[in-house]
Design a binder for this molecule. Sequence first.
Ligand code: AKB
Length: 330
Amino acid sequence: MEKILVIGANGQIGSELVLALSAQHGADSVIASDIGSNVHDAAQYEQLDVLDAARMEQLIARHQVTQVYQLAAMLSVTSEQAPVKAWTLNMDGLLNILEIARERGQAGMPLRIFWPSSIAAFGPNTPAVNTPQTTIMDPVTMYGISKLAGERLCDYYFHKFGVDVRSIRYPGIISYKSPPGGGTTDYAIAIFHAAVQRDCYRCYLGPDTTLPMMYMPDAIRATTLLMDAPAAQIGVRSSYNVAGVSFSPSELAQAIRRVLPQFEIRYAPDERQVIAASWPQSLDDSCARADWNWQPQVDLEQMTADMLKNIAAQKAIPLTVGTEVRACVI
Ligand code: AKB
């Protein structure tokens, strides 16, 4: 029986991953952990600071953990505000779990590790359209630099010590259950909240800034598909490109307008535009497709309809066509 530890379980991806893993393996098999309290009422919860390697090791031993999803990290925008803190958290958090996996593997108690990389690991000299799996990587943000270094660490621990570590370069993840925190792609969630509240949306990226994105159900499926694949099928030990949908703010606004024709958007690009401009527009994910049968299922129209419906239900606001929008102040 698998025993699964999710570190960073209070975050946008972690909170939904705990639910999906509990449905798949049973709630008894999943231990949620984060630095704070059990905000999502996980059935089993342990407080854990990812920088506390001794406690991490103790929890893994006590629960006889076989798989760890190490999701605790600072995202692109918050990392630019505190680069040294971001480097420490993002790198030491990963290194702690890789070292524990190395030691346990040598003692005959192997751990399977998942660690998220990001499209931020690419940079301005990376081919932006249909970005290949293996290509130039010259990230210009501290977040991206930590992701690229993390990918190299994962590859190193697999080849040098046989640690079964697996990773995905997540695009921007769109979801409605838990808010994202401090990312450049967060506009693509905030826009739906504005649309439902009948607010005009002030977008901090320019209208044509195309970025790779993915709806949360696809992101969770990609993650568990990769972790469930036999080790022999995992040909990439740094991190896999996975593609969902690519769109720009103006294309997303048009998709929202097909449901709510009154929706309005204005553009006021800020420093996040520089980050977004250094990232790919779309990804070639043929390696993930070939190695572990990855296929996205949700397109822009389906995602838009589902986001609007669920956010409207959460806020108890009816999705009414033609309702007046508050004036745009820019
Ligand atoms: C961010 O915007 O920082 C993240 C990411 C693309 O990794 N969503």
